[in-house]
Design a protein around this ligand. Structure first.
Ligand code: NI
Length: 211
C-alpha cells in the first residue's frame, strides 16, 4: 500500500469476506485481525459519528481552558483512535465541538494532539492520495491537498506548538482540521466522483447487511 494512502476500514462486523475492505496504512487488514482486536475496533467505531450526523457539519469552538477535563478528552480520543485503527481523529467526530484533533501517522510516533490549530502556511505543490474516514465507512477517495503545511496550535497543557509536516502527516492534519470546520473529504472531490463514492458506500452497506 502506498505511503500516501489514508485508509480507514469498514466496520469488521459489517464486512463480508470478499468485500474490498482496507485499513488505514500500516494497520493489519480487518480480515486478519484477531477477534479481540476486531471487537475493540467495532466498539470504538460505534462511538464515532457517521456521515449524516449533523454534528459532522458543525464548526467546532476554540478551547480556552487547558484543564484536566481537556487532557482526559484528548486521552480518550487517542484511545478511541487507536482502538479504531485510525491515524487521526477530530473531536467533532465523537460529538464534541472543540477545536481538538489527534493523530499518529507513524505507529512508532507518540500521539500528537493539536488544540486550536491554525494553518500558517501550505505549499503550492499539491499531492493526490487516497483517503478514508472513520465517519464515512467503506469510502476511499482520491483527494488533492497541499503537500506540506505549517500549523500553529497549542498542546494539551496550553503550550504553543508549531508543526511542520509533509506527506502523510500533512494530509492527516489537513483532513482532521477540515473536520473542525464541518468539512469532509467528500467535499474536496469533484461532484461526479462524490456521487460515485456515495453509490459505492450504499452498495457496500447493502452487501454487508445481507452478509
Ligand atoms: Ni475523517
Amino acid at each position: 500500500m502506498a505511503d500516501e494512502d489514508i485508509r480507514e476500514a469498514a466496520p469488521a462486523a459489517l464486512a463480508s469476506d470478499d468485500a474490498d475492505v482496507e485499513v488505514e496504512e500500516g494497520a493489519t487488514p480487518v480480515a486478519e485481525l484477531d477477534p479481540e482486536t476486531r471487537a475493540r475496533r467495532d466498539a470504538a467505531l460505534r462511538q464515532v459519528r457517521k456521515l449524516g450526523d449533523p454534528v459532522l457539519r458543525a464548526s467546532a469552538l476554540p478551547v480556552d481552558r487547558f484543564d484536566d477535563a481537556l487532557r482526559a478528552e484528548i486521552e480518550r480520543m487517542g484511545e478511541l483512535m487507536g482502538d479504531a485503527l485510525g491515524i487521526g481523529l477530530a473531536a467533532t467526530q465523537i460529538g464534541v465541538l472543540h477545536r481538538v484533533l489527534v493523530y499518529r501517522s507513524d505507529p512508532e510516533d507518540p500521539l500528537t494532539a493539536l488544540v486550536n490549530p491554525v494553518l500558517e502556511w501550505s505549499s503550492e505543490e499539491t499531492e493526490i492520495a487516497s483517503e478514508g474516514c472513520l465517519s464515512i465507512p467503506f469510502v476511499h477517495v482520491d483527494v488533492e491537498r497541499p503537500a506540506a503545511v505549517r500549523v500553529r496550535a497549542r498542546d494539551a497543557r496550553g503550550e504553543q506548538l508549531e508543526v511542520q509536516a509533509s506527506g502523510l502527516t500533512a494530509r492527516v492534519i489537513q483532513h482532521e482540521m477540515d473536520h473542525l470546520d464541518g468539512v469532509l473529504m467528500i467535499d474536496r472531490i469533484p461532484r461526479e466522483e462524490r456521487k460515485e463514492a456515495m453509490r459505492a458506500m450504499r452498495e457496500a452497506q447493502r452487501e454487508a447487511s445481507l452478509a
